[in-house]
Design a binder for this molecule. Sequence first.
Ligand code: MN3
Length: 216
Amino acid sequence: MAHELPPLPYAYEALEPTIDKQTMTLHHDMHHGAYVKNLNAALEKHPELAGQSAEDLIRDLNAIPEDIRAAVRNNAGGHVNHTMFWKIMKPKGGGDPSGPIAEVIQKTFGNFNDFKTKFNDAGAKQFGSGWAWLAGKPNGDVQIMSTPNQDNPISQGLYPIFGNDVWEHAYYLKYNNRRPEYLAAWWNTVNWDEINKRFAAFKAGKGVHEPAMAHR
Ligand code: MN3
């Protein structure tokens, strides 16, 4: 079965003023759309992989045939990352976290402001394109990290609780080269309910299968 571009769960302009309509339109329809299209094109060469979820494909990249490994890494990665990204944002989002994610942030980083500073720093220092993450470790702890390109913590045996896209395509129209300004403003879009759902899945030991996407 072919991978599909999920619809944006709100209007293109819904995250304004933090993220503008044109950026959201291009980012979802063109960039995410291209990852899905290119992933399906790569998989046509290896129909034996057709039944695997995008998460499964990037979980063990060494298991992917070498002739499509880079394409799967970039495009299944891009598909997984953006499918998460749209859902962990929402109109009128932001504010302080609550529930279990607030507790683990306080326990691990001291307080929310220090956590945000460290997370934004990881995003600002990621050279070129990539992502900043809060990732879950196999022992149940969490850590801040960054990845280049469309790499996802799944490929390192970690759980992607949430991440922010620091590719220029995510912010350049509005913020130009001011990535730190975008990183600081982005918290106004965050959907803590969705992040708490992902954190609960991590804590429940559900691995990195997203219920909506796993099909095995
Ligand atoms: Mn992107």
